[in-house]
Design a protein around this ligand. Sequence first.
Ligand SMILES: [Zn+2]
Length: 76
Amino acid sequence: MRMRCSVCRELFEREKVEFSPAVCPKCEQDEAVAIECVRNYVRNRPGVSLDVVSKALGVSRKKIKEYIEADHLQIF
Ligand SMILES: [Zn+2]
């Protein structure tokens, strides 16, 4: 099945849709790295605000919130 990545807009192949929006393997990897960065940053700075994390790591507030809501992170 051919899909368009919701992050980089490249077309990629996947056997079936497991989640949406579709994200290609490369961006999926980037996302995993970003989640890990946010997690480490926050772990070392308890009580840090969303704004500070966003600016320090270059990850948008929207993305950080998404990670939290997706339950990848249990912080704040
Ligand atoms: Zn992509």
